[in-house]
Design a protein around this ligand. Sequence first.
Ligand code: MRU
Length: 350
Amino acid sequence: MAGGSYTVKTIEWQGDEVVMIDQRVLPLEEKYIRHTTWQEVGDSIRTMVIRGAPAIGVATAMGMALAAMQSPAGDYEALSRDLKEAADGLFATRPTAYNLGWALEQQEKIWGEPGDPDGIRASLKARSQEILEEDVAMCMAMGEHAAPLFPEGACILTHCNAGALATAGYGTALGVIRSVFKRDPTIHVFADETRPFLQGARLTAWELQQEGIPCSLITDNMSGYFFKKGEIDAVVVGSDRIAGNGDVANKIGTYTVSVLAKEHGVPFYVAAPTSTVDLGLSDGSQIPIEERDPAEVTHCGRGRVAPEGIGVRNPAFDVTPHGNVAAIITEVGVHRPPYTESLAEAKKGK
Ligand code: MRU
């Protein structure tokens, strides 16, 4: 249905269980996985059942609530020992997504202070639900701020999946596209397939199709062709972590797109909540970059495509220098260079 409402739930509480849609099998299968322990949540983050920095943040907050519920501790000291173990375990799952550490900090504000164990359990669960709701509201605000940046009938390129599935709902970059489409149904989207994990082909294409947003799926090596032909008017992507100077970590291949955009004079926008902005890092060289299983590269879908024994590198993210970024959109507004100032202001505005 064109512009229709998007109903799939990325992650939610059902009673005392955390339920996630399994993003590894979409779009061929719509399967849900139930979690009752923080270890199960950690496994789901590590294995990409749930992915996308904001969604990882929500899962982490819920994982901490599960950790409190599963702990038999009757006093604060014992509970805080169990929660520290859970926080360390969840923190180790995926290093690049800043929202993960941010969510742990949010929850630590609750369990870091001595209190009644049952009160802490209830507060952690309530805060995780709040983080989920705030995330959707932030995505919608980003969409509103960004929509006027795009010309009528724009052809917009996006990379990876920064959609409802990568957040608690609506999406960051894809939320922006949703908001633009609401105003102007003549837009067109190019979705990079995003090797090796194919988030673009599997998830972005699926989300756009669900809502009737006109989209062409392309392989990652095709965007240069379309930039050169003048067929791309703007780029919008999400981010896993933004350093204080505006350098942006996002899915591997994003940097390449930004260089092409710069070469062709096309604006390159980043949409991310302020919970992705890490003012503790002065530039992007300090952002930890996850390297993943070589099998993601040697295999495509379920089949091997490369020879046995071949050497492989598989960085999951790259860093786009701030000089390639026309604007960063957060829930606070549209931020322009110099980012050292505008991002600090944005974080203060929170
Ligand atoms: O490895 P993934 O799928 O977790 O990577 C996701 C991305 O790179 C997204 O673009 C980013 O997290 C922003 S999601 C709103």
